[in-house]
Design a protein. Structure first.
Length: 225
């Protein structure tokens, strides 16, 4: 609420309806299956997370690919080829360092860390391309990857840890500071940035959500296949 009162009228969504982040979230929630989230509208095609039978090898493939994707997002905002990407530096949501520590832990446990898979490298190069040619579409992925990980991603991590890691809590699921506050800060920045976009640019960003689900779905599926 404190953040909302500091926002410019356009960032709050005045004159253009609700804040853009509400639209982004609504589109993402509809793309969940009914068993994944209460607001999901799609019929499930795979078993629900509760019935996944994860393997350490599959989970490691997912973690390695996730590290590549987060590292790519973090490098893109650090480089800021589009100047306003710099607004998304040091949000506190960054995940490549915690994932590096987790992979070191798996190495100590005697596991071999695989190279990124085709799914991981395909997503990373798609993000690189979008970040230069299509900032609105890039931001859609930025939002979905970070926010999905704090919601469903965390739930999945807990289930997997219970089943195959003796409840070991990975760094991937730990944030410095209060997660809800970090998320709220990023929502505020996203609303501010999007307040200067045209309706067409906003719609273009929203329309990219399906691709975000497709790429992230490919990564997640590795956990149980
Ligand atoms: C939020 C589950 C995959 C994007 C959520 C929520 C749940 C959930 C339970 C919270 C709903 C609430 O606030 O009431 C899952 C499960 C998944 C999955 C079980 C897969 C097995 C994905 C994927 C994406 C995604 C692939 C996109 C790449 C989001 C976003 C939110 C969300 C953007 C909103 C977060 C927020 O507003 O803070 N998900 N999800 N999810 N999910 Fe997923």
């Amino acid at each position: 609420a404190a953040a909302a009162t500091e926002m410019a009228p356009a960032a709050r969504g005045e004159g253009g309806g609700k804040p853009f982040m509400d639209e982004m979230r609504a589109v993402a929630m509809r793309l969940h299956t009914k068993d994944q989230a209460r607001e999901g509208e799609k019929e499930p095609q795979a078993p629900p997370v509760a019935r996944w039978e994860p393997t350490v090898e599959g989970y490691l493939r997912f973690l390695v690919d996730s590290k590549l994707v987060f590292q790519t997002l973090e490098d893109i905002v650090d480089r800021a080829a589009v100047p306003w990407y710099a607004e998304f530096r040091n949000t506190g949501l960054e995940r490549s360092e915690p994932l590096k520590k987790d992979l070191e832990w798996f190495t100590e446990q005697g596991h071999t860390i695989p190279e990124p898979s085709a799914a991981g490298t395909a997503y990373a190069s798609y993000l690189e391309e979008l970040s230069e040619k299509d900032p609105q579409a890039f931001i859609c992925h930025f939002y979905n990857v970070y926010f999905a990980h704090t919601a469903g991603g965390r739930m999945i991590g807990k289930k997997v840890a219970e089943k195959i890691l003796n409840k070991k809590e990975l760094e991937f699921y730990k944030w410095e500071g209060t997660l809800s506050q970090l998320l709220q800060n990023v929502r505020t920045t996203l609303n501010q940035v999007a307040s200067s976009w045209s309706r067409e640019e906003k719609d273009h960003c929203l329309e990219e959500t399906e691709k975000s689900f497709a790429y992230s779905g490919d990564l997640l599926r590795q956990i149980f296949t």
